[in-house]
Design a protein around this ligand. Structure first.
Ligand SMILES: Nc1nc2c(c(=O)[nH]1)N[C@H]1C(S)=C(S)[C@@H](COP(=O)(O)O)O[C@H]1N2
Ligand SMILES: [Mo]
Length: 425
């Protein structure tokens, strides 16, 4: 074991770098968790929940950030695992019941993190090679990870506080360098990094790397190599993060569109210059959507009115610029034209505080029905869209009529509408 750890010794395997990458990783996790919760509650709101409708691109921003931060976790998590890898070979492997719990919680944390970011990434490619419902599992794992993160920070607090600050960490190293390996500071470093063993090998190695040589010239060489390889490591991790993020973020953030190499969706590719998620064929609406008898029915408090497409076109038309912002991370701004939902709601005398249910022609599928709170129903930007980018809505984009509202996830922008009803409490 000692040999294994010694063989794995490297200047980047030290508590300061473990804390630095841990800090970045922790920040990315918290960003993912916050934006993930927001996305979750937009799709499954509690009854009292109301959401902001401005900026209209709000969900594009939160979900784009969710995906970007999630992708950045790949290089960060790999770097962190690389740094702490020798700690796997602690000896004895289990010293006490508490130590067992600590190691088990970390194993679970690492495993759950890898699963979480992997299924998240695969989901952005609309590939579901697993037998469980993605959204529920991703959501539950999010809570598990936050719990484990809190536990992990609690356990590692002594190391984190000690190596949080760069200058303090440098001073700590300088103290080590000025003293013997067996000085109280080293024993302390050993205790902190090697979690409790006075003879902790990882800690000793750190002390050995950062300290020791009695010849001035050699000290200089060692610390220079150490700094250079640490800087090299951080640069590599930084470049890896920038690369994976930079080459995918264009699916959401327009300025990076040109370098969107790995993003599953490309802006401007699709009918009417907009990507399609579920197609009319997949939704099995190719016949019903073009049927001559199609009408959109509005219902509220016993009043029902049906509108043909020509009748909808005869109502006052509004033009809005709003994005489709898919939960899977791609988004694109488009120009929509149609009838304000609030005006249709008024035509059937719906209560201004009413939530609405939107029902699609689709016979099966999770997004066949969606619900919308009054903040969206009454928003002047919310339309029953009939046109997209200056043309009659393409069948793939929801012809004869679809919903488009500000600040909402793509899944709730129901295509191929057939009925809109006020939900009576
Ligand atoms: N009826 C219905 N509407 C739907 C969907 C669906 O599967 N069925 N998919 C949604 C999803 S997930 C997205 S991202 C948007 C995409 O709209 P687009 O295909 O016009 O770009 O439509 C939404 N509207
Ligand atoms: Mo979507």
């Amino acid at each position: 074991m000692y040999e294994a750890q010694r063989a794995l010794a490297s200047p980047v395997r030290n508590p300061r770098l473990a804390v630095v990458t841990g800090r970045l990783l922790g920040a990315a996790f918290i960003v993912c968790f916050g934006t993930g919760l927001y996305s979750h509650f937009l799709q499954e709101p509690l009854p009292w929940m109301r959401f902001p409708t401005r900026p209209a691109s709000l969900y594009q921003i939160t979900q784009g950030t969710h995906i970007v931060a999630g992708i950045a976790c790949f290089p960060l998590l790999l770097a962190k695992l690389y740094i702490v890898f020798p700690d796997l070979f602690q000896w004895p492997p289990v010293k006490s019941f508490l130590h067992l719990l600590e190691r088990a919680s970390i194993a679970l944390f690492v495993g759950a993190s890898l699963v979480q970011i992997t299924i998240g990434l695969i989901n952005t490619y609309q590939w579901y090679p697993w037998p469980f419902p993605f959204r529920e599992v991703h959501y539950a794992l999010g809570w598990v990870l936050v719990g484990l993160l809190v536990l992990h920070i609690g356990i590692k607090l002594p190391i984190i506080t000690r190596f949080w600050n760069g200058r303090a960490a440098a001073e700590h190293e300088a103290t080590d360098a000025a003293s013997d390996v067996e000085s109280p500071a080293d024993v302390e470093a050993v205790r902190l990094w090697g979690s409790g063993r006075p003879s902790g090998v990882t800690g000793r190695l750190i002390a050995w790397i950062d300290a020791t040589p009695s010849f001035v010239s050699e000290t200089k060489t060692v610390s220079e190599t150490t700094t250079v390889s640490r800087r090299g490591f951080l640069t590599t991790v930084g470049i890896a993060c920038a690369a994976v993020v930079g080459l995918t973020a264009g699916q959401t953030f327009a300025p990076l569109d040109a370098v969107n190499v790995f993003g599953p969706r490309k802006k401007g590719v699709g009918p009417q210059g907009l990507p399609v998620n579920r197609t009319a064929e997949e939704a099995k609406v190719t016949a019903s959507a073009v049927a001559a008898g199609w009408v959109l029915t509005l219902a509220a408090g016993g009043v029902e009115r049906s509108f043909s497409r020509a009748e909808l076109e005869a109502l006052p038309q509004t033009e809005v610029e709003l994005p489709i912002a898919c939960v899977e991370g791609w988004s694109q701004l488009a120009l929509w034209r149609g009838v304000r939902l609030s005006e249709l709601a008024d035509l059937v005398g719906a209560d201004t505080g009413a939530s609405f249910r939107l029902i699609s022609l689709e016979e099966r599928g999770s997004f066949k029905k969606t619900e919308m709170g009054p903040e969206y129903v009454r928003d002047p930007l919310t339309l029953v869209a009939l046109e997209l980018n200056g043309e009659t809505l393409d069948l793939q984009h929801g012809y004869p009529a679809r919903m488009i509202a500000p600040g909402r996830p793509g899944v709730l922008q129901t295509k191929w509408l057939s009925r809109i009803e006020a939900i009576t409490a």
